[in-house]
Ligand binder design. Structure first.
Ligand code: ZN
Ligand code: ZN
Ligand code: ZN
Length: 278
């Protein structure tokens, strides 16, 4: 998995804020909106599953060196997770104008069709849009671009959000609760990227202590937190965490290798991974 963005809905720095985290020069305190890319298979022939299409998707694709994706998975339709949908057109062009599969809960797809009606309108007479193949899932695993994906439902205020497990890696954003049934579905996960907004409790997101507790209950080998706001400064918070838990950061790549070993690559490292799924 590659973290394309680790920030909360406003991104960090936040417009108009002059707190010490928003003013920090440390690139790990600069957080685009929350998204990951699952890269599955050998690097020369990988399948890329993009999770969410943030308002920052253009910059995220450029930074990651990605010009196409094979499928898009939507966690939910809050603006910070889907308002980059129109920008999928560049990834559609980059993929040789093959329609991109778009997977979402039924209610999420209905919401996207309202917000971006023109993208889903076959009569729309304008060529500059992405062609998407919408598909829905519920509780059962589904196959996206040839990759088996298990949806993991979590609670986000009064709505449900989909987390996704691919092999032994999982991504869970925006939630204030991970139900026990979903904890069970996450057992055996080696790497988890998990919502942890800030230190204090929040009605629709997990705090850092709550997220640590969920990671412990699952028994993950490594957890990286995401959807982080300016309450959490990267270096100082990491010093407080157990060695199996860290704040995530933009462009972090974490791989589950063929032998099950978890490896971490820093941004800018170009060594080709020997990963089955990362
Ligand atoms: Zn969000
Ligand atoms: Zn701030
Ligand atoms: Zn949300």
């Amino acid at each position: 998995m590659e973290i394309l963005g680790s920030g909360t809905s406003s991104g960090i720095p936040t417009v108009g804020c002059d707190c010490w985290v928003c003013r920090s020069d440390n690139p790990r305190n600069k957080r685009l909106r929350a998204s990951v890319l699952f890269r599955v298979g050998p690097p020369a022939d990988e399948t890329r599953l993009l999770v969410d299409v943030t308002p920052d998707i253009r910059m995220q694709a450029l930074r990651a060196g990605v010009s196409s994706v094979h499928a898009v998975l939507i966690t939910h339709t809050h603006a910070d997770h889907c308002h980059g949908l129109d920008d999928l057109r560049a990834l559609y062009w980059g993929g040789g104008r093959q329609p991109i599969d778009l997977w979402a809960y039924p209610e999420s797809l209905a919401s996207l069709k309202r917000t971006f009606a023109y993208i889903f309108d076959d009569e729309y007479d304008y060529k500059g849009i992405a062609r998407l193949n919408p598909a829905t899932f519920e509780h059962q695993p589904f196959v996206a671009a040839g990759v088996r994906v298990s949806p993991i439902p979590v609670v986000h205020g009064n709505m449900r959000v989909a987390g996704f497990r691919v092999g032994d890696a999982a991504y869970i954003t925006d939630c204030n609760e991970v139900p026990q049934t979903s904890i069970e579905k996450l057992k055996g996960t080696r790497v988890l990227i998990l919502d942890a907004l800030r230190r204090a409790p929040h009605p629709t997101h997990m705090s850092l202590p709550a997220a640590l507790d969920v990671a412990r209950r699952i028994g993950v080998e490594r957890v990286f937190f995401t959807h982080i706001n300016h309450d959490l400064e990267h270096e100082s918070v990491n010093k407080e965490l157990p060695d199996w838990a860290r704040l995530g950061y933009d462009r972090l790549r974490v791989a589950v290798e063929a032998d099950g070993k978890v490896t971490i690559r820093e941004p800018g490292e170009n060594t080709q991974p020997h990963a089955v799924a990362w």
